[in-house]
Design a protein around this ligand. Structure first.
Ligand code: XUL
Ligand code: CO
Length: 443
């Protein structure tokens, strides 16, 4: 059965096209430096926003019109799974991601929930045999059910800790069964509301114990996917322990976990932490910890996670710059952890949202590639730090000097010459590259 009957396979029609259901810039087979756009961008559909969510917000019920809306329970789950593969094929997208509860309803007991999960995982496994679209990552939802009111691995209740362990154990088995290259940990309620009732040290120690047990279990069952931590500073808890990449990295290093994990960086989480998206990507990249990306955008006027489809070309350019400088995303991808607005309730909007996001990242890729090819920023940066390539600077970098020698050097200085950082010139250059790329692809 077709769920999106009026929609044909989305084709690349080029920038001249006015067809809302066509790619204008994302041309999957286009070659960028020896790799196709499809290989470099590794787009993924987030199951929860696209097939499970119904457009509810804290003030109102769902508005979404969905072709599976008349169904309930496991039949609804089966219809969504069926529809999802039709959607991936029509969009021609290589990956998808899910939480356990997105794909199958929770039962009255853990055993019933696992049985429901097995039913849908079995269906997905069959689809994967013939579908070009593969699983990018899966994860366990440990934040929706009331049992997680005080957290999962950081809950004050050892029973909740155990229940959470059982969920991740099952999640790792599913990841192995479906050949998932990554497994994600987003600490949904791993944080606190008030320090007045919180043993922060025990909670963080327990979180680390939980991660070590997950690493051990993956080894035990022979699951070799990449483990990813997804930082977020707040929401739903007031303070989340995985605040941002730097905090996450300190945590991983403190508990000897850094060799087992990388980061899944989400644009809107970066901005909630008071950082730019590219700051988080750069922090992960320079530490060899950039694993995957949740590609969305926030709203500068709103202080919460709005999970919008990414359309800001300046940001997609700077993000793709970091990703290309990282040598790509390896096993990771660009997952659209993004939802259409509540007012965009028609099924077509699901396609148009993804097309907008994919085209925006395709433009970002082209511009970033050109910036790197022409050595625009690297050349400038290299020159800016040239004082470290000779004389006393070289000695600092090589670790062959000390405070005595540096003092002598300073005493001998008659003047210190600084150069302009040229922020405005560089920003204007990025604009120029953006506009030139856009005009050169216009047919
Ligand atoms: C929540 C969020 C999650 C994770 C997966 O803000 O980003 O959907 O991506 O649990
Ligand atoms: Co996310």
């Amino acid at each position: 059965m077709a769920y999106f009957q009026s929609i044909n396979k989305i084709q690349y029609e080029g920038p001249g096209s006015k067809n809302p259901l066509a790619y204008k810039y994302y041309n999957p087979q286009e070659n960028i430096n020896g790799k196709t756009m499809e290989e470099l961008l590794r787009f993924s559909v987030a199951y929860w926003h696209t097939f499970t969510a119904e457009g509810a917000d804290p003030f109102g019920v769902g508005t979404a019109i969905r072709p599976w809306a008349n169904l309930t329970g496991i039949d609804l789950a089966k219809a969504r799974a069926e529809a999802s593969f039709e959607f991936y094929e029509k969009l021609d997208v290589p990956f998808f991601c899910f939480h356990d509860v997105d794909i199958a309803p929770e039962g009255g007991t853990l055993k019933e929930s696992n049985d429901n999960l097995d039913t849908i995982v079995g269906m997905i496994k069959d689809y994967l045999k013939t579908s070009k679209t593969k699983l990018l990552w899966n994860t366990a939802n440990m934040f929706t059910n009331p049992r997680y009111v005080h957290g999962a691995a950081t809950s004050n209740s050892a029973d909740v800790f155990a229940y959470s362990a059982a969920k991740v154990k099952k999640g790792l088995e599913v990841a192995k069964e479906l050949g998932s290259p990554n497994y994600v940990f987003w600490g949904g309620r791993e944080g606190y509301e008030t320090l007045l009732n919180t043993d922060m040290k025990l909670e963080q120690d327990n979180l680390a114990r939980f991660f070590h047990m997950a690493v051990d279990y993956a080894k035990e069952i022979g699951y070799d996917g990449q483990f990813l931590i997804e930082p977020k500073p707040k929401e739903p808890t007031k303070h989340q322990y995985d605040f941002d990449v730097a905090t996450g990295l300190a945590f991983l290093k403190t508990y000897d976990l850094d060799q087992y994990f990388k980061f899944n960086i989400e644009a809107n989480h970066a901005t909630l932490a008071g950082h730019t998206f590219e700051h988080e990507l750069r922090t992960a990249r320079i530490n060899g910890m950039l694993g995957s990306v949740d590609a969305n955008q926030g709203d500068v006027l709103l202080g919460w996670d709005t999970d919008e489809f990414p359309t800001d070309l300046y940001t997609t350019t700077l993000a793709m710059y970091e990703i290309l400088k990282n040598g790509g995303l390896g096993k990771g991808g660009l997952n659209f952890d993004a939802k259409v607005r509540r007012g965009s309730f028609e099924p077509d909007d699901l396609f148009e949202g993804h097309i907008a996001g994919m085209d925006s990242f395709a433009v970002g890729l082209k511009v970033a590639n050109k910036l790197i090819e022409d050595n625009v920023l690297d050349g400038f940066i290299e020159n800016r730090y040239s004082s470290y390539t000779q004389g006393i600077g070289k000695k600092i970098v090589e670790g062959t000097t000390n405070f005595h020698e540096l003092e002598q050097h300073a005493l001998g200085l008659t003047e210190i010459k600084n150069q302009s950082g040229k922020t405005e010139r560089l920003r204007a250059l990025v604009n120029q590259y953006l506009l030139e790329t856009l005009s050169s692809v216009r047919v």
